[in-house]
Ligand binder design. Structure first.
Ligand SMILES: Cc1cc2nc3c(=O)[nH]c(=O)nc-3n(C[C@H](O)[C@H](O)[C@H](O)COP(=O)(O)O)c2cc1C
Length: 164
């Protein structure tokens, strides 16, 4: 089965999860979205990082070009993987694929370390700002900083191995 893993990754989390998934596809290829010039594959798996509750701009643009294909996706995010926010991301990204009449066979996600530059910016925000640091938020940032970890890579690999 000719499989493409197409990722958009700013700081490497999503790319590394994609590399773990690649091991489940002996004939698979992995490419940065910017290097993709054709969609002639039996299965297209898109990897994205979450920006404002959905796929990042580069992945959004790429997904728009995928029509009537067999697809799956994965993402990394700063929020907890079992949060309402993560579920909302799934709903938002599902819709992108389904609106283009793609067959969606599955999705996977895990937490990913937040860019330290963003953390230092948020750390300086005034208390009334929705992203200002508080105990719960700082704990979440600290947890995210440990991901993706070995278990996440294993989970990603196993998820896709069992899917196909
Ligand atoms: C500008 C920016 C916006 C982000 N927005 C969100 C968000 O809305 N929700 C979330 O859970 N994580 C958010 N994150 C965290 C990233 O999705 C997360 O750290 C991801 O693992 C980064 O992946 P990458 O290393 O492949 O770039 C944001 C990060 C940045 C830099």
């Amino acid at each position: 089965m000719k499989t493409l893993i197409a990722y958009s990754s700013k700081t490497g989390n999503t790319r590394r999860v994609g590399e773990a998934i690649l091991k489940a596809f002996p004939q698979g290829e992995i490419k940065d979205i910017k290097d993709i010039d054709n969609l002639d594959y039996d299965l297209i798996i898109v990897g994205t990082w979450i920006d404002k509750g959905t796929a990042d701009a580069k992945a959004l643009k790429f997904i728009e070009t995928i029509k009537e294909k067999r697809t799956a996706y994965f993402f990394t995010l700063g929020a907890f993987p079992n949060s309402n926010h993560a579920n909302d991301c799934i709903k938002n990204i599902d819709k992108l694929f389904l609106d283009n009449k793609n067959t969606l066979i599955g999705n996977f996600h895990c937490q990913g370390a937040i860019d330290p530059k963003l953390i230092s910016w948020m750390s300086e925000l005034p208390a009334e700002h929705p992203h200002s640091p508080n105990k719960e938020r700082v704990e979440r940032w600290e947890e995210a900083a440990k991901h993706p970890d070995k278990k996440d890579f294993e989970n990603a690999y196993n998820y896709f191995k069992n899917l196909v």
